[in-house]
Write a protein that binds this ligand. Structure first.
Ligand code: ATP
Length: 370
């Protein structure tokens, strides 16, 4: 009996919770083979007994397919909660995305500063550096990912796993993408509040079949509100990237957005600040920088949030055109300066995330007492 064959057999069993196979979803522990006995622990989130039984049968069947005489012993166990989860006496919560290493929220104080542009180019930049990346556009009131990634009019497919519907993300330039814009009409979204909104965000996190990822980039709505609060309750957010423009007026709002990550019990570390539209560079004079909105907003916000300036992105036509045409600017090899500005942001985000992970454990998921 070979351990690797048994592991390969178990990798054909799907977890209804994440839509991943149970090996990828890190659900199989203590796999032991002492012929004819095969035993292992199956960590599974709270599911009703019917699912438990289905999974048990599916595991038995998978092993018996390769070793018909095996005696299969499956021990079921609730997963160990994400470290720090359920602090302050709340109930322990399990991480719904065990196969996603880092969840990075991209936030801004107000709309129009280029938060979505940053989220998308950052996601593609990290991918270019070799990481597996996904994008969740949670900007319910103004979802930009469908247009900016050329996915307008497309709808994600729903797949049934053990009778439970799971959403398959769409793909653009190699990125798995989910956007509120695929399923909710922004005009209807205006009236969404509280529990309804929370339900949608929760569903996008828990019911999308995200592949194993190094980074899931989440594009938040501007400001502070229900989506932000829901996100920190349903998933462990590794860190936040704040986006601002250089003007002083943008700063006051950005500080409010920043403070929301430091609320009691939230404690999502700020990885750094991206200063967008930092200066204007005409295409025909690529070396010239005109600081038309002033200087220093990004640096000031980085200082206030005790983080770093991750990069400065110029105000250039190619970024706006990239957003409109569905082909983000970072993919435009003809505009090397802009590409390099985006890649600097991606490198700095990767470095700050690694440093953060060395220094502290996973961010506790927030428990709200009702
Ligand atoms: N550096 C830039 N240079 C030129 N145009 C830019 C730049 N950054 C963003 N834009 C353009 O500005 C517009 C707003 O950008 P974007 O949608 O990313 O902002 P946002 O902060 O996400 O706004 P909202 O939250 O309201 O959706 C878009 O048309 C985008 O292409």
């Amino acid at each position: 009996m070979e351990l690797s064959k048994i592991a390969a057999a178990l990798a054909t069993v799907m977890d209804p919770k994440t839509g991943q196979d149970i090996i990828t979803a890190n659900m199989v522990l203590h796999l032991k083979v002492e012929p004819p006995n095969v035993s292992f622990t199956l960590q599974l989130p709270k599911l009703d007994p019917e699912y438990k039984q289905q999974l048990n049968f599916a595991c038995q069947e998978a092993v018996l397919n390769v070793y018909p005489d095996a005696q299969v012993h499956v021990h079921m166990q609730n997963p160990v909660a994400a470290p720090g989860a359920g602090q302050a006496g709340g109930p322990q919560k399990a991480n719904p995305l065990p196969h996603v290493k880092n969840v990075i929220a991209v936030a801004s104080g107000k709309g129009g500063v280029g938060k979505s542009t940053v989220a998308i180019n950052l996601a593609l930049g990290l991918q270019e550096l070799g990481a597996a990346v996904g994008l969740l556009d949670a900007d319910v009131y103004g979802p930009s990912a469908p247009t900016m990634l050329g996915l307008q009019g497309q709808k994600p497919k729903v797949e049934s796993i053990y009778g439970k519907p799971k959403i398959k993300p769409l793909y653009a330039f190699g990125l798995p993408v989910m956007s509120t814009g695929f399923v909710v009409d922004p005009e209807q979204a205006i009236v969404l509040r509280g529990p309804r909104l929370a339900g949608i965000i929760k569903q996008f996190i828990e019911e999308t079949i995200w592949p194993p990822l190094d980074y899931l980039i989440v594009d938040l709505p501007p400001g502070t509100g229900d989506v932000q609060l829901t996100l920190v309750q349903v998933v462990s957010v590794t860190g936040a990237v704040l986006v601002t423009t250089p003007q002083e007026v943008a700063l006051a709002d950005a500080v409010k957005a920043m403070n929301m990550f430091f609320l009691e019990n939230v404690s999502v570390p700020v990885l750094g600040v991206v200063e967008n539209m930092a200066y204007f560079t005409p295409a025909e004079l690529p070396e010239n920088k005109y600081y038309i909105f002033g200087k220093g907003g990004g640096k000031t916000l980085a200082k206030k949030s005790n983080s770093m300036l991750l990069g400065q992105i110029p105000l250039v036509q190619s970024i706006r055109e990239g957003g409109d045409s569905g082909e983000p600017a970072i993919l435009n090899k003809a505009d090397e300066l802009t590409r390099e500005a985006w890649l600097t942001v991606a490198r700095n985000v990767a470095r700050q995330t690694a440093l953060r992970n060395e220094m502290m454990g996973p961010t506790p998921m927030v428990t709200v007492k009702s």
